[in-house]
Design a protein around this ligand. Structure first.
Ligand SMILES: [Zn+2]
Length: 224
């Protein structure tokens, strides 16, 4: 949908953002955690050129809020929302390409975003790649002191979680060991390079991405 006055586009359930339907990324708890009603329209959330979000602890939701703020919109109050004039189907990807400044292609993106992927899995894996998961080393900069929720390591970081931590590495081997054969490594960069090289095999990538995101979610659950 092309956003004009924002009065007929549902924030959570319609395709207006390049990431896809936002409810698919965060699940049913998203509306409550972000303080945005499930049936809210864009104009009810974007008021006075600012997004009205509730502060929340969940790093997945917080990351989504930052990502939404980066996607700049401008409401025109006297024009109804609608489909673009030059095509009958909306393409969030094409719309995103029209409004963004295109950056350098990242090779790893092939192992994160793919057509058959589950949006939520891709999103959490993307957060891991971008180093924006709320691991302990990041939370320390916010004044919160806590070690690894799995093994107690005080210097927990993204690289510890994937997969220098003996606990998560064991789980990783249990789930993907046969699939990865000799490609399983406790080093995050090695793992990401390995997955990128196998990105043509989407079932393989899907399984690994599901494991990465599940560990991320389990990590966040244990922090609560
Ligand atoms: Zn650990």
């Amino acid at each position: 949908m092309e956003i004009h006055n924002g009065k007929s586009i549902r924030f959570w359930t319609e395709l207006w953002h390049p990431l896809g339907r936002l409810i698919d990324l965060v699940g049913d708890s998203g509306p409550q955690q972000l303080g945005v009603m499930q049936n809210a329209t864009i104009d009810e959330v974007f008021v006075g050129n600012e997004w009205r979000f509730r502060n929340c602890r969940d790093s997945t939701i917080r990351g989504l809020a930052e990502w939404i703020k980066e996607y700049r919109i401008h409401l025109v109050t006297d024009v109804e929302d609608g489909l673009t004039e030059y095509q009958s189907l909306f393409s969030s990807g094409e719309t995103w390409n029209l409004v963004r400044t295109q950056g350098e292609f990242k090779e790893w993106s092939k192992a994160v975003w793919f057509t058959q992927g589950v949006p939520r899995f891709s999103y959490i894996t993307w957060m891991a790649v971008k180093y924006i998961l709320a691991t302990c080393s990041r939370k320390r900069s916010w004044g919160q002191i806590q070690g690894c929720v799995f093994c107690g390591e005080p210097e927990e970081s993204r690289d510890h979680l994937y997969f220098a931590c003996p606990y998560t590495f064991t789980l990783w081997l249990e789930v993907t060991g046969t699939l990865l054969s000799n490609g399983a490594s406790p080093d995050w960069n090695t793992t990401l390079q390995y997955l990128t090289a196998r990105s043509h095999d989407y079932l393989y990538i899907y399984t690994c991405e599901a494991s990465v995101s599940s560990l991320g979610l389990l990590h966040m659950d244990r922090e609560e």
